[in-house]
Ligand binder design. Sequence first.
Ligand SMILES: CCCCC/C=C\C/C=C\CC/C=C/CC(=O)SCCNC(=O)CCNC(=O)[C@H](O)C(C)(C)COP(=O)(O)OP(=O)(O)OC[C@H]1O[C@@H](n2cnc3c(N)ncnc32)[C@H](O)[C@@H]1OP(=O)(O)O
Length: 302
Amino acid sequence: MALAVGIRGLTRSLLRPWVRVPGPARGRTEPAAGGGDGVRCFGSPRVLVEPDPAAGFAVMKMRNPPVNSLSLEFLTELLISLEKLESDKAFHAIILTSDCPGIFSAGLDLMEMCGRDPTHYAEYWKAVQELWLRFYLSHLVVISAINGVNAAGGCLLALSCDYRVLADNPKYAMGLNETLLGIIAPFWFKDTLVNTVGHRTAERALQLGLLFPPAEALQVGMVDKVVPEDQVLSAARSELAQWLAIPGHARQLTKSLMRKPTADRLLKERDADIQNFVRFISRDAIQKALRVYLEKLKQKKT
Ligand SMILES: CCCCC/C=C\C/C=C\CC/C=C/CC(=O)SCCNC(=O)CCNC(=O)[C@H](O)C(C)(C)COP(=O)(O)OP(=O)(O)OC[C@H]1O[C@@H](n2cnc3c(N)ncnc32)[C@H](O)[C@@H]1OP(=O)(O)O
């Protein structure tokens, strides 16, 4: 099985990053995220980046409709956007949000984990690992402005941020609901949740596959602030000021000190984790459970 799938190689073959964005932003100068100083938006088909270099941050908008499910291509584009911002000294922070109304992310793309071959599962899981590692350890301040429902892998992405603002809408539940699908949140999903909400809350939430509505998400510490829906971005921007006021090297080293042990657990056994995932997801019973879940999602409409 080809475990050594290179995400960088993949990105080169799949994408032409930093094309001017298609759709509404094409060909016109968008107001920059914070300052409106005429800086152009950039991005890739599924990730829109609104930079505000004068203010030192960019808003990264996920737009993989209908539900921002984290397909291999989407993961790759998110990674490229992050790398691009990290390598530009003008940027110290990112606000991660969604461009899909009512949905932050439906989590990992079930189509990537259903009916494919082991090589694909390995490639996909390596990309999922990479996205988590890069966001979790980013030297940038990353704040998520959660403006929609946020399940499983999407929740993991938000939990990897430094601060979470959630829109106050009872429909916008978030959590690691893997057990509801008959699958298991891997140890690094679990560790990320434990680091955020503590062991007891995480244990209950993981076993029951709980999706927390905003008031509960705030109460257990899964998010840091709940605000009216139309204020999610402005609240994230206001919060940013506090983080950017701290000397960068001190904040970054402290972040690394806090997070490295958790990341190292995965880094030390990355290939074994991929093999575990491939073995687990390839099981007939798991494939059947995923098909049933997908079918239920479709039937919901009829
Ligand atoms: C002992 C050894 C252990 C080893 C362990 C090793 C590894 C661990 C193994 C596995 C871990 C794998 C981890 C997975 C984490 C995940 O992220 S799984 C994904 C979980 N996500 C969800 O449960 C959310 C599912 N979606 C929804 O609930 C709803 O779609 C929504 C987000 C609430 C939105 O609802 P809405 O009504 O607006 O939209 P629809 O439901 O109609 O959806 C539109 C369209 O999109 C499709 N879709 C939805 N979610 C996904 C998805 N996650 N992936 C792919 N496709 C999705 C849906 O089917 C619809 O499709 P259409 O009918 O064709 O239009």
